[in-house]
Design a protein around this ligand. Structure first.
Ligand SMILES: [Fe+2]
Length: 345
């Protein structure tokens, strides 16, 4: 396994690069915009292909690297279902499993620091974002923070993990890099409370100044969505209303780029073919399924995903691979549902 804890000294943020093996698919947690060149260099050196970039929550103290990594690697951006960002490729919720080759993260919804905070558990360790820090906990006084919810997230969820579980936080300001659940239960001063009310009282009396970057970072981090106008300008976008008129036509094939779990949870457009986004390079190259459909069978490909990000990148990749008769569903399944499009479960 490849596991790298990377540090941004300006915001004291930890980012984590994970992969099942050298030469395989990689996932990064909480990347920082200023460090994107460094991550890309490291991934080249380790021969890793970035497939997913994940933020544990909407950050207030640094600008996320999610958008830049997507633009430069065509990776899938992931955040919690409750995040107020404009667009990410995939939204996850409690109990979901986030996968890349050889790696599986279990999503634990842990609101409190913000209402979109998630932790991610992988085998012997948990990435706690700003919910549980080493000898501290994330502040709860802005961005829909809620000390009561945080108490439940920490005492009701994280501290129920085995004591030996390694804790990898989103930040550290003292130089610590890792702890364990048992160690935090015993030694974290914020957790030595006798009741939820005592915790809430403690958190309400911290009187912290706002993060220096907050006024810049929060608005920037809410607008990470892919600029899809260029795709539309080239005539490669179809609105949900237009798509309603053309599905069922014999020369059109709908291609669902989402993962199996997303299909099971949110349903699919009737008659669509499943081609998960990460398999696109092989599917669009000579002999691949999409290549054959488009080139030999003369079909028009209509890509869709959850919100239109993966499909916008897919249409570009397909066009680059020489598959000209393809477009994507603007706004994805969310727009389709809003337009009253039929769904099968
Ligand atoms: Fe935070």
């Amino acid at each position: 396994m490849v596991f790298r804890q990377l540090f941004d000294s300006v915001s004291c943020t930890y980012s984590y690069l994970l992969a099942g093996r050298g030469g395989g698919e990689a996932l990064i947690i909480d990347p920082v915009l200023d460090k994107v060149d460094r991550y890309l260099q490291l991934m080249r050196e380790l021969d890793l292909r970035l497939v997913k970039a994940v933020d544990t929550h909407l950050h207030a103290d640094h600008i996320t690297g999610l958008g830049a990594l997507r633009d430069r690697t065509q990776c899938i951006t992931v955040m919690g279902e409750r995040s107020r960002v404009d667009v990410v490729s995939m939204r996850v919720t409690d109990g979901d499993r986030l996968q890349v080759e050889g790696i599986e993260l279990e999503v634990i919804y842990t609101p409190g620091h913000t209402d979109d905070s998630c932790s991610f558990r992988m085998a012997d360790r948990v990435f706690t974002g700003d919910t549980l820090l080493i000898r501290g906990t994330g502040r709860t006084d802005f961005q829909n923070g809620d000390a009561r919810a945080q108490y439940e997230s920490i005492f009701g969820r994280l501290l129920r993990l085995p004591d030996e579980t390694l804790v990898y936080p989103g930040h550290d300001y003292k130089g610590d890099t890792v702890s364990t659940i048992g160690e935090e239960r015993r030694c974290n001063p914020r957790l030595q409370v006798k009741s939820i009310d005592e915790y809430v009282e403690l958190m309400h009396n911290l009187k912290l100044a706002n993060p220096k970057m907050m006024d810049v970072a929060v608005p920037a981090n809410m607008k990470v969505g892919l600029q899809q106008q260029e795709i539309a300008r080239r005539g490669w976008a179809t609105t949900a209303e237009e798509a309603l008129g053309i599905i069922g036509q014999p020369d059109v094939v709908l291609i669902d780029l989402r993962e199996r779990a997303e299909r099971e949870r949110h349903g699919t457009i009737p008659g669509s073919v499943h081609v998960p986004y990460p398999t696109l390079p092989e599917s669009t190259s000579a002999g691949g399924m999409l290549y054959v459909l488009a080139k030999s069978a003369g079909k028009r490909l209509l890509f869709y995903c959850a919100f239109g990000e993966r499909s916008a990148m897919a249409v570009q990749a397909a066009q680059d691979a020489g598959l000209r008769a393809c477009c994507h569903l603007n706004g994805g399944l969310a727009a389709w549902k809003a337009a009253g499009g039929p769904i099968v479960q």
